[in-house]
Design a protein around this ligand. Structure first.
Ligand SMILES: Cc1cc2nc3c(=O)[nH]c(=O)nc-3n(C[C@H](O)[C@H](O)[C@H](O)COP(=O)(O)OP(=O)(O)OC[C@H]3O[C@@H](n4cnc5c(N)ncnc54)[C@H](O)[C@@H]3O)c2cc1C
Length: 509
């Protein structure tokens, strides 16, 4: 009998979490399949806010250009009080800096983000297998058998690892028997409608408050004539489904009869669910995105947190498949579950306040942008490690402007882009030890960067504007190890070679 072909990773679900993960796995040269039970890509606007940290990740994954082309910065809120619409800036618009290239939350409907990710997957040679639904999982010795039902019947796919990125009602989570702890607010329902609209200014995210927090919001979707409407329903209210009923509901609430709805592209009713998976995986099966955590849409965190789950898990799967100790995979839950728990608290607080138009709930800032998220204190970032004036191990590695020896400029993010680790030696002592740093030939490789105040024979890059020194808080010779997901894996301000080698051992074959 022929032995079945065993692939490296099977990803269940081609939403943003599964697609981002699949891109990262494929660019590592792994044998990957991604299946989705829908007949085609999702076509609703649902998650429309991409946070600055996710933009950096999309750039690294090679999907940023499409995301930038399909979106815009957020308009101001327009808070309607009688005939007046009071402008209110929800997001401070910031200028890009050397260390933060994308400082603003980006407005783009989810269907475009999903398509940008699918198109990048296609460039890398992997197609999403739509119309294929996971029905059953069985774990054996070092492999998982997944039964996947499609148009041509049921296929058994054997994979070393399976990742369930199959959304809030995850079949993978249920197959694993992992609890999804939290609450669902059955009576707090919101109708979302994507519709072409005339008679409404497109330079505002309109909000019309109503009694008992029953507000209506309408956010313009860039590069289209559509708005995303969010209509908070009364507990016993039947959601209007016909266009005329929808328009009547909008007119009754807004008292603005200039608004006209044309094509209704997509509608959905959701109830805020606030739940966290008790565990992010069992054996060779992991959960990512909404399959592991769901919360209210306030603060635009769900899609972002899901993509970042995938980005955290991808390199770890790659390293373990290349021979690293399997305990590296335990750090996925240890690093990501506390982040999701924090997001649940943040978005629940904002959701409660939005209904009352509480100004602090309408503001968005550092907490939502996800640039300050850190794995410091976790299993790969011991709290007693060395640090610089601004960074601890586990923090995000900031960007910087550098000059190559030939005088051309570049960004640190451009140099370190890709699936590998980077080691950055600042100063001659760190540079000498970096040369001797041994690195395994299997798994993610090491990019070695030597940076000095000026680019000379001994330094390939110069920190000509001191942007690296400032962002990284460098005060003397330093050797930094940057993980493939752009977080600081180790900081050495002394004992460069031995301490870096020890830190690398936990993350490499
Ligand atoms: C109104 C609203 C606004 C939101 N706004 C934001 C926002 O601005 N920013 C933000 O970050 N988040 C936002 N969110 C949350 C965001 O939409 C989700 O967190 C995000 O879609 C999760 O992505 P995912 O890939 O984990 O899951 P999903 O997008 O749900 O994708 C899961 C995929 O798995 C597939 N699937 C399911 N079961 C199976 C199976 N058995 N076999 C095969 N395939 C399967 C599904 O077809 C689907 O394609 C919002 C949500 C709502 C409701």
């Amino acid at each position: 009998m022929n032995r079945p072909h065993v692939i490296d990773v099977l990803v269940i679900g081609a939403g943003p979490s599964g697609s981002a993960l699949a891109i990262d796995l494929v660019r590592r040269g792994l044998d990957v399949r991604i299946v989705d039970r829908s007949a085609r890509a999702f076509d609703g606007s649902r998650a429309k806010g991409i946070q600055p940290r996710s933009l950096e990740i999309l750039e690294d994954l090679g999907a940023l250009d499409d995301v930038l082309a399909g979106g815009s910065v957020y308009p101001k809120l327009g808070l309607h009080a009688g005939p007046l619409a009071v402008p209110w800036r929800m997001f401070p618009h910031k200028k890009a800096t050397a260390d933060v290239p994308y400082p603003n939350t980006w407005l783009i409907p989810q269907f475009r983000t999903d398509r940008a990710l699918h198109s990048r997957l296609g460039e890398l040679g992997l197609k999403v297998e739509f119309g294929c639904e996971l029905t059953e999982l069985t774990q054996g010795e070092g492999a998982v058998v997944a039964r996947v039902a499609g148009a041509d019947g049921t296929e058994e796919i054997v994979a070393r690892y399976v990742v369930g990125a199959d959304g809030g009602s995850s079949a993978v989570r249920k197959q694993l028997g992992v609890g999804f702890v939290g609450t669902t607010h059955e009576s707090d329902r919101v109708l979302i409608v994507d519709a072409s609209v005339t008679g409404l200014a497109r330079d505002r995210w309109h909000m019309w408050p109503g009694p008992g927090g029953k507000l209506i919001g309408a956010c313009p979707l860039p590069h289209s004539d559509m708005f995303q409407w969010m209509i908070r329903l009364a507990p016993d209210e039947e959601p209007p489904s016909k266009k005329e009923d929808l328009l009547r509901r909008i007119h009754d609430h807004t008292r603005d009869r200039r608004i006209q709805l044309h094509d209704v592209h997509w509608t959905s009713v959701f109830r805020p669910n606030i739940r966290l998976a008790e565990s992010y995986g069992r054996g060779h099966v992991f959960l990512a995105g909404d399959a592991a955590h769901v919360h209210t849409p306030a603060g635009a965190q769900g899609l972002n947190t899901g993509m970042q789950d995938g980005y955290n898990l991808g390199w770890k799967l790659g390293q373990v498949l290349a021979g690293a100790d399997a305990t590296l995979l335990d750090t996925y839950e240890a690093e990501r579950q506390p982040i999701a728990a924090g997001v649940l608290g943040l978005s629940t607080a904002k959701w409660g306040g939005i209904a009352k138009l509480d100004p602090s709930s309408m503001k968005r800032g550092k907490d939502e942008q996800q640039l300050a998220l850190t794995y410091y204190g976790g299993p790969l970032a011991p709290a007693d490690g060395m640090r610089t004036a601004t960074l601890r191990v586990g923090d995000r590695a900031p960007d910087a402007e550098l000059l190559r020896a030939d005088g051309t400029g570049t960004r640190l993010f451009d140099v370190i882009r890709g699936p590998d680790f980077a080691a950055l030696a600042y100063g001659p002592g760190a540079a000498r030890d970096l040369e001797q740093l041994a690195w395994p030939t299997k798994g993610a490789q090491l990019k070695r960067l030597v940076v000095g105040p000026t680019a000379t024979d001994s330094f390939a890059f110069s920190d000509f504007k001191n942007t690296l020194r400032r962002a990284y808080g460098l005060t003397g010779d330093t050797l930094l190890l940057i993980r493939p997901d752009g977080y600081i894996g180790h900081i050495a301000t002394s004992d460069f070679l031995t301490t870096t080698q020890t830190a690398a051992r936990a993350m490499t074959p």
